[in-house]
Design a protein around this ligand. Structure first.
Ligand code: ADP
Ligand code: MG
Length: 281
């Protein structure tokens, strides 16, 4: 049997850039048997090699030209795979390109160079209509400012998003109710956004993303307008959705204690990939 504690320890050491040799020597010196250590390393390699990409980003570039003589290079040759079922975070200083990268992963924007493969489909040359379909059915977004419709109640906000997928009226209401209950908003379904706390509004936004049963959920600084406690509740909820509903999640957060709760952390700097750390298998 593979020792989970041993695997976690090795993963942590590797995230700290300690070499495999050093990890082994260290483990042996504190009493672990050589064979157990090798088994754990094999298990890690085996699990890692079984991961399948949902989105492949290949050497992408993105520039903005806010005015005629100004060009901002927001992304400078980034390659990255988002694996099916993982909880990935993207972190880095303000202006490092996090939102730009997330918007490309979410097919909101197109790159100036490089390719994006979503579920084995190269999105280059896709018509806007096709991209909209892909997004509508496969990707749920959660934003910093909850982006709920003010004149709609919680349940109407969730149901409305489903209506866009041509789900029948009765069905949308049922499904919206079900999801809001799962997210602990049973008693607040009929409230308008302004009658809900920030944390509750963000949970409605998550319900809206989750209701359409997407392959991928993208969240851009979803905790930015919450206090730390509610921020943590939200991150825990994202993890629960990742595990229970088997959703692939990409979270953008500049807050290290939140970003580091993901399975892998992508660190951006000046539009380049500075590092990818695996924190959990
Ligand atoms: P982050 O989310 O990490 O703060 P962004 O992806 O928003 O970073 O921005 C990366 C860079 O691109 C920054 O220098 C930012 O000023 C610039 N940028 C982003 N969006 C635009 C835009 N619409 N027009 C011009 N420049 C932009
Ligand atoms: Mg941003």
């Amino acid at each position: 049997m593979i020792n989970q504690e041993l695997i976690d320890y090795i993963i942590k050491c590797r995230a700290l850039k300690i070499s495999n040799e050093q990890i082994k020597t260290n483990l042996i010196s504190i009493g672990w048997h050589n064979e157990l250590i090798n088994d754990a390393f094999h298990e890690i390699v085996s699990i890692e090699s079984q991961k399948l990409p949902l989105v492949r980003i290949n050497n992408i570039f993105k520039r903005y030209s806010p005015s005629k003589n100004i060009t901002v290079a927001a992304l400078n040759g980034i390659s990255l795979e988002v694996y099916k079922g993982e909880f990935l975070s993207i972190t880095g200083y303000s202006g490092s390109g996090k939102s730009t990268l997330l918007n490309l992963i979410g097919l909101i924007d197109e790159p100036d160079g490089g390719e994006i493969i979503f579920e084995n489909e190269d999105i280059k040359g896709s018509k806007n209509r096709q991209l909209t379909q892909l997004r509508l059915f496969n990707i749920g977004f959660i934003f910093q400012f909850f982006n709920l419709l003010e004149d709609f109640t919680a349940i109407e906000n969730v149901a409305f998003a489903l209506r866009l997928q041509n789900v029948g009226f009765r069905k949308t209401k049922e499904r919206a109710k079900e999801i809001l209950e799962v997210l602990g908003l049973k008693d607040k379904m009929k409230r308008y956004p302004k009658e809900l706390s920030g944390g509750e509004q963000q949970r409605v936004a998550i319900a809206r993303a989750l209701a359409k049963d997407p392959l991928l959920i993208l969240a851009d600084e979803p905790t930015a307008h919450l206090d730390f406690k509610n921020g943590q509740l939200l991150i825990s909820l994202l993890r629960e959705i990742n595990v229970k509903f088997k959703k692939t999640i990409v979270l953008v957060s500049h807050e290290p204690s939140f970003a580091e709760q993901a399975d892998r952390v992508v660190i951006l700097m000046d539009g380049k990939l500075n590092d990818i750390k695996r924190l959990r298998l």
